[in-house]
Design a protein. Structure first.
Ligand code: NDP
Ligand code: OXD
Length: 311
C-alpha cells in the first residue's frame, strides 16, 4: 500500500473503521475525514456519502472505495476527481443477506402474511388460501450479483421467476428479459416486483405510475435497492387506485424516513430501515482492505466499477 487512506463514514462508526482498517493494513496510516495532516499523502479514500467536492483536496488520490455495493452515493458528486477508479463491495455475505430478505418479503406477500396478522390481532381463526408458488409470477429488476442470487433462490422455491437487466442474462429456472424491448413482457408477468437495480440516471424514478400500470392489477412491489428508484408521490395514489395492493420499502429518498412522511401512516406499506443487506462490518472492512492491497499490487479487481455504466 502506498500512501494514506482517508475514511468518510457516519460519526458513530468512524473510529471503529479507523481502528479496524489500521489492524487489517499494518503500516498504512488510516485518517478520518476531518483529521488529515497531509492531504497530498492520501492515495485512497474509503467513503459512504462523502461531501460533494470533498475528494478534490486529495491531489494524489489513486482510488475511491465505496462502503457498500451501490456507488450512486459516489457518482452523485459532480466534482468527483476525473479518472480515479471506483471500487465497490461485493461478496457472499452481502449476497446471502439480500437473498434472505427478498425470499422473506416475497413469501410474506405471496402467503398474505399481513392478512394473517390482522386476523390474529382481531382474535380471528381466518384461513387464508393462496396459490402454489408455481402460479405466482415474481419479477426481479436487476440481475447482477444480488438480483441473480435472489432470482435463483425464488426459482428454487418453485416461483415463476422473471428477471430484467440491461444486457441479456441466462439464469437456470428464470425467464430473462432485457432492455426497453423486454420491459413490457417482464412487467406483465410480475405479480410481485422486486427492485434490485443500481441507481443511475437511467433508473432514477423507474418505479412510477406508468410502470405500475404495466404490472398485473393489484401487484405488490418490494424496493430493496435505492429510494431514488421510487417516484414517491405515485405510490399511495397507485395503492388507492388498486394498481398496487402492497409495497415493501427498505430504502427511501431521505433516510431515516422522516417522521411526518405519509408512508408511515399507510398500513399497505411495510417499511424496513435499510437493512436488507447490511454487510457485517468486519467482513466489509476485510473486503476493502483486500481490495486496496490488490489495487496497489496491480492485481485483478472484480469489484471495479465501470464509470461509463455508473454501476
Ligand atoms: P450489480 O451491478 O451487480 O447489478 C446490477 C444489475 O442491474 C445488472 O443486472 C444490470 O444489467 C442491471 N441494470 C443496470 N442498469 C439497468 C437498466 N438501465 N436497465 C435494466 N437493467 C439495468 O448490482 P448488485 O446486484 O450488486 O446491487 C444492486 C443494487 O442493490 C446496488 O446498486 C444497491 O443500490 C442496492 N443494494 C441495497 C442494499 C440494501 O441493503 N437495501 C444492500 C446492497 C445493495 P447488466 O446485467 O446488463 O449489467
Ligand atoms: C449497499 C447498501 O449499497 O448497503 O451496500 O445499500
Amino acid at each position: 500500500m502506498q500512501g494514506d487512506v482517508v475514511v468518510h463514514v457516519g460519526a458513530a462508526r468512524a473510529e471503529w473503521w479507523r481502528e479496524t482498517l489500521s489492524a487489517l493494513m499494518p503500516g498504512t496510516p488510516i485518517r478520518l475525514w476531518d483529521d488529515v495532516p497531509d492531504p497530498d499523502a492520501v492515495s485512497a479514500a474509503v467513503v459512504w456519502k462523502h461531501p460533494p467536492g470533498g475528494l478534490r483536496r486529495f491531489a494524489n488520490l489513486k482510488v475511491i472505495v465505496s462502503i457498500g455495493a451501490g456507488v450512486d452515493h459516489v457518482f452523485v458528486d459532480p466534482d468527483l476527481p476525473a479518472g480515479v477508479p471506483v471500487l465497490r463491495i461485493t461478496g457472499d455475505d452481502l449476497t446471502q443477506r439480500m437473498k434472505e430478505y427478498v425470499v422473506w418479503q416475497v413469501l410474506a406477500l405471496h402467503r398474505r402474511g399481513w392478512e394473517l396478522a390482522e386476523a390474529r390481532a382481531a382474535h380471528q381463526w381466518r384461513q387464508v388460501v393462496t396459490p402454489l408458488a408455481g402460479r405466482r409470477g415474481v419479477g426481479i429488476m436487476g440481475l447482477g450479483r444480488l438480483g441473480a442470487a435472489a432470482a435463483q433462490a425464488l426459482a428454487g422455491l418453485g416461483f415463476a421467476v422473471h428477471g430484467w437487466s440491461r444486457s441479456r442474462r441466462e439464469i437456470a429456472g428464470v425467464t430473462c428479459h432485457a432492455g426497453e424491448a423486454g420491459l413490457g413482457a417482464f412487467l406483465a408477468a410480475s405479480e410481485i416486483l422486486v427492485c434490485l437495480l443500481p441507481l443511475t440516471p437511467q433508473t432514477e424514478g423507474i418505479l412510477d405510475r406508468a410502470l405500475f400500470e404495466k404490472l398485473p392489477k393489484g401487484a405488490a412491489i418490494v424496493n430493496a435497492a435505492r429510494g431514488g428508484h421510487l417516484a414517491e408521490a405515485d405510490l399511495i395514489p397507485a395503492l388507492d387506485a388498486g394498481l398496487l395492493s402492497r409495497a415493501v420499502l427498505d430504502v427511501a429518498r431521505v433516510e431515516p424516513l422522516p417522521q411526518n412522511h405519509p408512508f408511515w401512516a399507510d398500513a399497505r406499506i411495510d417499511i424496513t430501515p435499510h437493512i436488507a443487506s447490511l454487510i457485517d462490518p468486519e467482513t466489509g472492512a476485510g473486503r476493502i482492505a483486500a481490495n486496496l492491497r490488490r489495487f496497489f499490487a496491480g492485481e485483478d479487481l472484480p469489484d471495479l466499477v465501470d464509470p461509463a455504466r455508473g454501476y
